[in-house]
Design a protein. Sequence first.
Length: 279
Amino acid sequence: MAPGDGQTVDEQFARLPRSRQRELEAKGLGLSRLREIALEEGGEQAVRHILAEHARPSSGWDFDGDRRTDESRAVWPWMRLLLAAVIGVVLCLLSTYVLNSSALFVGAACGVAVAWAGFRTRRSFGGLVACGLVAVAYVALIWIGSYAADEWYLHMRGQETTVTYAKPLHEQASHGVRVTYCRVTLPDGTVRRVFRNDTRCTDESSAGARTLAVVDPSDHYRPVLGGKSAIGGIAAAYGCLGAAAVLVLAPLTAAVMSRSNERFGRQGETGGLVSGTDV
């Protein structure tokens, strides 16, 4: 057996990932053939070169995706995952303007593309951790965002103004339940249902009284009784900011480590080193 850098052909071959071993066997360069080459003149160097070309870094945090011959190809799977996740979240949040909380289904549909991009990344321990973080952050963003986007919109674009309580509307719901819908008259004379009832608006004797409310200038979302502090959605916003940070940082970190691993692997190939684990 050829000693190489102190290792036999068998030892060097055994250190390759199983996927690389199968690739070599498919090319007719299995262990038996490599042993034969090593016995030929100059065969040691040839075997080291063959094995180095099919070696991976030995780190368990090997993020290097669908590895090719250049660093950009190692980084691209993670950038693809990041783009798919960001586009899915943006489409989900934008669709809340039309679909309200049903926009969650838009996010779920876009999640198919995110899952596909995740499966195209490296199947290592580090890669699984990064994909798991992206998945959790994505679900949190589309779930919370689809229910809180209207509140965030009113925080940004809503205007505090004085409105007048209108006579509440009473309707008979299913199972004989009586439901009360509070309404207010806006400064332009439009009567709108409010986002949430308060204790005063359900009392018909309050009709005609004036109160503070947050109104959507585009008249798309219903008014919220009280000031902007009564809108809510602050805790959800902070939670989504944290999820957004994880969504972005996890694949970016994986991409940086992927590029670092690719450089390390190429240096190993140049120096004739053979390393790698099947992770």
